[in-house]
Structure formats: structure tokens, C-alpha cells
Design a protein around this ligand. Structure first.
Ligand SMILES: *Cc1c(COP(=O)(O)O)cnc(C)c1O
Length: 360
């Protein structure tokens, strides 16, 4: 059992990680600030602009616009809200892959839009033919995932952009988890690669910032205007965020982490994490498990339910995909030693689980 609430030594299931020391320090320093009230807290407000500038650089956005949200959920909800406001139809729908994060279900619920869920193909990416037949005049937005939650897959984003354009829908890229590793890969995922309108990219996942620090980016600041409401009692005149009072700690820690790590630190972290994922995939394959190849630092493998439960009982924080595979996210705190010790436990427990109990 973990006594220490922030211990990460057995955590293999989380998309968050230990904040970088500079991120932790910045979070503590800005704990009592509120970027939701820029007239009163100008320093954190200026830092938020820096955060958006760097996020824009990471995501190939020439004129960065957006804000630091409470997380990927808020950013996804807000992106759907922009699309709904832009839509010319009375029944706006969002076309998304089955691999999309469950936050889009919340968005649909809150905003009263319909979801049209399109299947993924054998490579766990959205099926383009199915998207082509799903879109129509009611489509307000097409969602592409750049780093899926279960398998770390990247949808074919330029092609999805073309399809979205063909029906005047917006293209949203959900890079909540993948955004800080994709810059070091050959994937086409960002504003410079495709006609992306909005993007979710979270500093509090691979970005090593403290929670809460999500990110919403928009191609054109006009898109943010769709979200703005008047703010009578504040010195600033309008607010585009979903939350009112919000965490300056998250904003400051995002800036500190990105200043420290972009790009060299994130690059070496990506290499370390990806090597770890490939090492684990290889080791599991050699043991006869069916493994979904890690295209980003995330491994899924078909480990029996009883072994999975035994590993959890050993204190390993692991989770499963919807179809029951073991899922290991190679976040920055996940070291090779940790994985080796995990595999040693797996070997030990698997042997015990598979030895038949003598009858009598
Ligand atoms: C984690 C995640 C989210 C949700 O982000 P939160 O910060 O947990 O709200 C959305 N989309 C993807 C792809 C994610 O991995």
C-alpha cells in the first residue's frame, strides 16, 4: 500500500507524472494567484501569455491564441462549444473516433450536441472511409486524436482536415497526452501539418507541470470570441474560460516546466520513454503475450485477468483498455528499473497462477 500520497514508484497507469522540480517550485510560489482575474493578478496573467506562446511553438501555431485550462476535459468541452457556436445547423453533431476520450461524452451532454462515433481500423486509428460516410451538413466538428488514451495512436490528421473542410466543419486535435512527445516524431499532427482549428495539449501530462494545467489552442483568436462572456464585476471585460477562479499554480508551473524542458529536455525524455516502451513490449512479446506495438510511449498487452489482479495486489498501479488488455503508460517517472521489477513480479505471479492446484 502506498502511504505517501504522491509516491510514483509503482504507478504505471497514470497519464500524469511527478512534476519537474522547477514546476513544483513555481506552483508553490503562485498558489494564491487567480489568472481568472487579470486586473487583480497581472503577473500570472502575463505568464499565461508566455505559456500560450510556447504551447503555440510546440504545436506549430504561428499566432498563438488560447488559454491554460484545468485539463484536457475542459479544453475538449470548450472546443466542442466553439464548434457548436460556429455551426450553421440546428442539430450540430461531432464526428469522432471510438478511441476518443470520454470527455467528449461530457461535452455532448453539457452542450446538447450529438456524437457520431466512428470505428477504428486494425491499426487502432479512425477509419477514414467511415468518416467520409459519417459527415454531412450537420457536422460541426471532426475530432482527431494525436496519442490515444488506450494505445497511443495518432489518427490521419491531414486527411481528416480535408474531410472536415469538405463539409465546413472544424477540425479539433486532441493531443492532451501526446502533445509533448509528438514534436520528436515524424507524425503529422499539428497546426502546421493540417488545417487544424482547435487543439487540446496538456502541460500536466507529458509536459511535467503540476496539476491543473491543460491547454486549449485555437488557430485564430476569433474562435476564442465564441466563448467570451462579459464580466461585469472584473476590471477585464470578458472571459473565455469555462471556470472562473482558476489555478495560477498550474499556469506558473506550466511556464516553468516548458522554459526548462522545451525542446531539449522533452526530446531526451521522449527518447527515454519510447525506449522503455519498446523494451517492455519486447520483453512481454518474448513471454508469449500479445502486444500492441507502442508507436508512442504506451504499451498494451493481453495479460490474463488473474495475473492483472495479482499485480494490482502487489501494489502496482496498472489499468486496462476497454477490451481488457493491460496498459502501461511510460511516463517520465517510469524508469527501466521500475519496469524490470514489474516484469520480475509478473514472472513470479504468472508461474504461480498457471500452476494447477492439485486436486486433493
Ligand atoms: C487525459 C486525456 C484527456 C483528459 O484530460 P484531463 O486533463 O484528464 O481532463 C483528454 N484526451 C486525451 C487524449 C487524454 O489522454
Amino acid at each position: 500500500m502506498q502511504i505517501e500520497p504522491q509516491a510514483f514508484d509503482r504507478v504505471l497507469s497514470s497519464m500524469c507524472t511527478k512534476p519537474h522540480p522547477v514546476a513544483r517550485e513555481a506552483a508553490e510560489r503562485f498558489l494564491a494567484t487567480n489568472p481568472g482575474d487579470p486586473g487583480t493578478y497581472p503577473t500570472i496573467s502575463a505568464l499565461e501569455e508566455e505559456a500560450i506562446a510556447t504551447l503555440g511553438e510546440i504545436a506549430g501555431l504561428e499566432e498563438p491564441a488560447g488559454y491554460v485550462a484545468s485539463g484536457g476535459t475542459e479544453a475538449n468541452i470548450q472546443a466542442v462549444r466553439i464548434a457548436r457556436e460556429r455551426a450553421q445547423t440546428r442539430r450540430p453533431t461531432v464526428v469522432m473516433p471510438a478511441s476518443a476520450h470520454f470527455s467528449f461524452r461530457k461535452a455532448a451532454d453539457v452542450l446538447g450536441v450529438d456524437l457520431c462515433v466512428v470505428p477504428t481500423d486494425d491499426s487502432h486509428r479512425i477509419d477514414l472511409e467511415a468518416v467520409r460516410s459519417a459527415v454531412d451538413a450537420d457536422t460541426a466538428m471532426v475530432v482527431a486524436v494525436a496519442g490515444t488514451t488506450e494505445y497511443g495512436r495518432v489518427d490521419p490528421i491531414p486527411e481528416l482536415g480535408e474531410i472536415a473542410r469538405s463539409v465546413d466543419a472544424l477540425l479539433h486535435v486532441d493531443a492532451a497526452w501526446g502533445g509533448f512527445v509528438l514534436p520528436f516524431t515524424d507524425f503529422e499532427w499539428h497546426f502546421g501539418h493540417a488545417p487544424v482549428d482547435t487543439m487540446t495539449i496538456d502541460p500536466h501530462k507529458m509536459g511535467q507541470a503540476a496539476v491543473p494545467a491543460g491547454g486549449l489552442l485555437v488557430r485564430d483568436s476569433d474562435l476564442l470570441d465564441e466563448l467570451a462572456v462579459d464580466t461585469p464585476y472584473l476590471e477585464s471585460t470578458s472571459q473565455a474560460t469555462l471556470t472562473g477562479t482558476r489555478s495560477g499554480a498550474g499556469v506558473a508551473s506550466a511556464v516553468a516546466a516548458m522554459e526548462e524542458l522545451w525542446p531539449a529536455g522533452y526530446r531526451s525524455q521522449y527518447v527515454r520513454s519510447q525506449n522503455n516502451a519498446e523494451w517492455l513490449a519486447d520483453v512481454l512479446e518474448k513471454r508469449g503475450y500479445e502486444v500492441v506495438e507502442p508507436t508512442l510511449p504506451l504499451v498494451a498487452a493481453d495479460v490474463p485477468e488473474s495475473t492483472f489482479e495479482a499485480l494490482r495486489a502487489e501494489g502496482w498501479r496498472i489499468s486496462r483498455t476497454a477490451t481488457g488488455e493491460l496498459r502501461v503508460v511510460c511516463m517520465p517517472h517510469v524508469s527501466r528499473e521500475m519496469l524490470a521489477s514489474f516484469v520480475a513480479d509478473l514472472d513470479r505471479l504468472e508461474v504461480r497462477a498457471s500452476v494447477p492446484i492439485p486436486s486433493d
